[in-house]
Design a protein around this ligand. Sequence first.
Ligand code: KG4
Ligand code: ZN
Length: 331
Amino acid sequence: MILSIESSCDDSSIAITNIEDKKLIYHKKISQELQHSVYGGVVPELAARLHVEALPKILQECEEYFPKLKAIAVTNAPGLAVTLMEGLTMAKALSISLDIPLIAVNHLKGHIYSLFIEKDEIFPITTLLVSGGHTQIIDVQSLENMKIIASSMDDSFGESFDKVSKMLNLGYPGGPIIQEYSLKGDENTFDFPVPLRQSPKIEFSYSGLKNAVRLQIEKLEKEGLSQQDKYDVCASFQKTAVAHIMQKLKKLFKQKSPKNFAIVGGASANIYLRNEIENLCKKYNTKLYLSELKYCSDNAAMIGRVAIEQYKIKDFISIKDIGVQTRLKDM
Ligand code: KG4
Ligand code: ZN
């Protein structure tokens, strides 16, 4: 069994996974959304302090598995430095005291492997990762052969939902709230510009759209922002945010339609995005894979699933060499 720890942002999570049959034996996650909600976004120092409380609480429930553990896995990049450190400190201490190897897991690979929890891997699979920190298309050939083929130049897809939600004082995380508000709004009320529409490149940008929404909200506030205005802003924004991804995906599929395609990450829970991508995949006869909703957002089960594969190839790291990285240039 492998014990895995995730603390890259605002979720404290620990999982125990069987190496042989990939079965998830134990999985728990304590989210901090409520505590960050008042600030309209994640406050790193507060997040770190909450991990210090939550992680040991979860770990206590895992003690019965300690004698069976063969390795400790931990997310070490990318993420918030101060929160990653909390997971790392715990992982190091466990590795020393139980005298078992340490595995450093790339959080982005974790999101991709959320597709394969308790399942075999599927390769090759072109993957759209949409989360609070990332908007990327990744060509996934194998565990060790992954290439980022497109990413965002500024804000991420999920982050733009969080920021629009903050502008409207709707709370954090913005994604689920904006999606809910959009159901009551008319998506054709405001004509926000689709980012990078003229660019032939497959890449993303959300800062321009965010600013266009900000200007619209400021204008409405002068006239008196009604509840229906809020619904309409959310619906029009969501439509444009998704249209941007779809425009670039259509370009990609036109160049070479993939055999397998997947959407992963917290924002892959977006129903509007899921529907649009389902239609695109149908048109191109591409098989679409989605991770289960409970594994879309950050969790340790996905980290444990990657760790099984790293364990098999003895991809261990020494306590003195492991460190945290806030950003990764490549996979
Ligand atoms: O993967 P995740 O849990 O954390 C990161 O690694 O960032 O993703 C969280 C992000 C947040 O920005 C949240 O607003 C967004 O995913 N999100 C959504 C939806 N549900 C969550 N964005 C759009 N639509 C949703 N339904
Ligand atoms: Zn994530």
